[in-house]
Design a binder for this molecule. Sequence first.
Ligand SMILES: Cc1cc2nc3c(=O)[nH]c(=O)nc-3n(C[C@H](O)[C@H](O)[C@H](O)COP(=O)(O)O)c2cc1C
Ligand SMILES: CC(C)CC(=O)C(=O)O
Length: 402
Amino acid sequence: MAATGTPVSLSDFEKLAEARLSRNAWDYYASGADDMLTLRANQRAFSRIRIKPRVLRDVSAVDVRTNVLGQAIASPIGAAPSAMQRMAHPDGEEASARACASMRLPMILSSWSTTSLEDVAKAAANVPKDSVPAPAQFQVRPDIKPVRWFQLYVYKDRAVTRRLVERAAAAGYTALAVTVDTPLLGRRHADIRQFKLPSYLRLANFDDADSGKQNVGTPHTSSAEEPRDSGLAVYVAEQIDPTLSWNDIAWLRSITHLPIIVKGVLTAEDADLAVKAGVSGVIVSNHGGRQLDGVAATIEALPEVVEAVAGRAEVYLDGGIRRGSDIFKAIALGARSVFIGRPILWGLAYNGEVGVRTILRLLEDELKLCMALAGKSFDIGCQTLEDITPGMLSYAAVVSRL
Ligand SMILES: Cc1cc2nc3c(=O)[nH]c(=O)nc-3n(C[C@H](O)[C@H](O)[C@H](O)COP(=O)(O)O)c2cc1C
Ligand SMILES: CC(C)CC(=O)C(=O)O
């Protein structure tokens, strides 16, 4: 059903983004791998979790501030790394970074950004208070500094990888999120049929010295045969290191002082290995259902990861967050904060920086309302994120249709 009138939910922005974007960009952003079972599961799994509300508590004050890796953030919501944001809006990653910085929410910049990591850092460092006329609650909160992390794809060419890491540190990124679920690219059917990075865009973190690493997405054709892989998958197979192993986390730790987070963990076993490898954080993620189809929804995987990590590192979650109540559920099950991927792109497509702020603000407001309406089992309502506990959730029975 088409959205009518003022958009009021993330799904309204999704429809508006689809209407505005080219088919090429929309398909790339929206796709999951194969049958997209995991993509759908990410959202559905949230809908099977119920909230047990308590009533007649004083819920007049709700505070959603928290911190990640010791840095304060305004609420437990951030932008997940997503590649090639300038296909969504000419200001691309700079707009996302400004939106996040102005709201004091964390952003993870993709290695595959269409704006260089230095330019993104500069854009976010100078968020003029009135760059966009905004109501008070949108304006810079001077007590909190922006949090910006860099997402790392480990290239076979370790000199290229090292250069990226050094540049990220020099530009002021405060952590590396190493993506570990993409040794090869998942099969996204629309991209195999056709994906092309528009010719005026490039992977801006790679300069001429990295020749071959800045042009991506030309449709792959193998003579007279139908394409069997997208240009993206061919690029990943050529450039990204499929031999990556836990030893390389030790190597990364040896070349940088930045804290390391692994992005793409779904099991207790890997969570434990991650902690033993010395990471500071783990992102429970299935890459938005774009890698291995058939893996668990992230909210299903979260409890075992939280249990295995046992407080030795921070645990975050992404995948399928579309409501403030989804964030509430993730926090209840032990996530320190969540990240959103596609909704940032919908905000960008809708209205650049302002659109991203609108998306983030909507989720923040929904989370606050959810906390207030959920109440709590003591005298006062759910006032802070620490008050959100697993006991506030229950699980819907799976109803068989047979
Ligand atoms: C268009 C798109 C591009 C992405 N690019 C990257 C990337 O460059 N690096 C990465 O680690 N994850 C990437 N991701 C995965 C996201 O960081 C995140 O895990 C996922 O989008 C979360 O699911 P959600 O879209 O349902 O919020 C991408 C996701 C999308 C949708
Ligand atoms: C590896 C690139 C294709 C970027 C990415 O992570 C994605 O599209 O999911």
